[in-house]
Design a protein around this ligand. Structure first.
Ligand SMILES: C[S@@+](CC[C@H](N)C(=O)[O-])C[C@H]1O[C@@H](n2cnc3c(N)ncnc32)[C@H](O)[C@@H]1O
Length: 273
């Protein structure tokens, strides 16, 4: 990639992976001498159906604020290959426009004023939720990586609502322990950190009484690129999400729905009290 040219995000959601696969299959068939033109036509329609959905969702969703657009631009142009060794941060982690707008809707619809985020990265989702909060509301965002936490805080400082975001740097499980010990409660929780940690975070939220009455939990990446239902492609994250989804289905303290937004967003609420 030449200097100054930003690499486009890799396909990391079921729909973008499907679109990528269909484009490759199309190219392959187009180069086969004597291939059935009707079949190629159907393949092209399938490719375009898959590839056009995300841009259409973007186009039909309220435009993001200038502060969110700038945060996304800075995230895309940063060189993540030099970030804190071994943490695997990459631009594809950013939730983005449509999911950010969904999170803003959740904040408004639930009337939340105390929001907890587990996994902040450069702060896109934290800032989106902060934009929807009342002026005295707060997003408490947990982030393990101090460098990326600083990056996010620089972006928050450029926004009028950045002061509504408090950042807790360190392993989220330890932050949750401290919050439970301090009797803190939240109206909305967004879980978007290490996938193998998800089951533990949910247990801490439920067992530690961290949820206010009527609280909603939103959990990202619960489709995990299709790995929970595809054979032969499972990674550690894929297995963790498959286990999390199965445990959730068996947990009668909660009810949930998995929405096929980007890489999957599960909404959960407590029903046992
Ligand atoms: C997918 S990104 C979050 C994306 C962000 N919510 C957004 O919308 O842009 C996951 C983040 O979780 C952080 N993380 C991973 N493990 C963690 C842990 N144990 N505690 C706190 N943060 C963690 C990573 O450093 C990374 O920044």
């Amino acid at each position: 990639m030449p200097d100054g040219v930003v690499a486009p995000p890799r396909p990391v959601t079921p729909s973008t992976i499907l679109a990528d696969e269909l484009a490759a299959i199309c190219r392959q068939f187009e180069s086969v001498p004597g291939a059935d033109p009707a079949l190629i036509d159907r393949l092209r329609r399938s490719r375009d159906l898959a590839a056009g959905m995300d841009p259409y969702l973007d186009a039909c969703t309220t435009t993001e604020s200038p502060a969110l657009a700038e945060l996304a631009r800075r995230t895309r142009s940063a060189d993540w290959s030099t970030s804190t060794a071994g943490t695997g941060l990459e631009q594809e982690m950013l939730s983005g426009h449509v999911e950010g707008q969904v999170l803003k809707f959740l904040v408004r619809m639930s009337g939340a004023s105390r929001v907890l985020e587990i996994g902040m990265f450069t702060g896109y989702s934290a800032l989106a939720m902060a934009e929807a909060l009342p002026d005295d509301g707060e997003v408490l965002a947990c982030e393990m990586d101090p460098e990326v936490a600083r990056f996010a805080q620089e972006c928050f400082a450029q926004s009028e609502v950045g002061r509504r975001i408090a950042v807790a740097v360190g392993p989220a499980s330890e932050t949750l322990e401290r919050l439970a010990a301090a009797d803190r409660q939240f109206d909305l929780v967004f879980i978007d950190a290490d996938k193998p940690g998800y089951t533990g975070y949910l247990q801490q939220l439920l067992d530690g009484e961290l949820l206010a009455p009527g609280a909603v939990i939103a959990v990202d990446n619960t489709l995990m690129q299709g790995q929970p239902w595809l054979e032969g492609t499972t990674t550690t994250n894929g297995s963790a999400i498959a286990e999390f989804n199965a445990a959730l289905t068996d947990d009668d303290r909660v009810e949930q729905v998995l929405i096929p937004l980007r890489d999957g967003l599960t909404l959960i609420r407590r029903v046992d009290r």
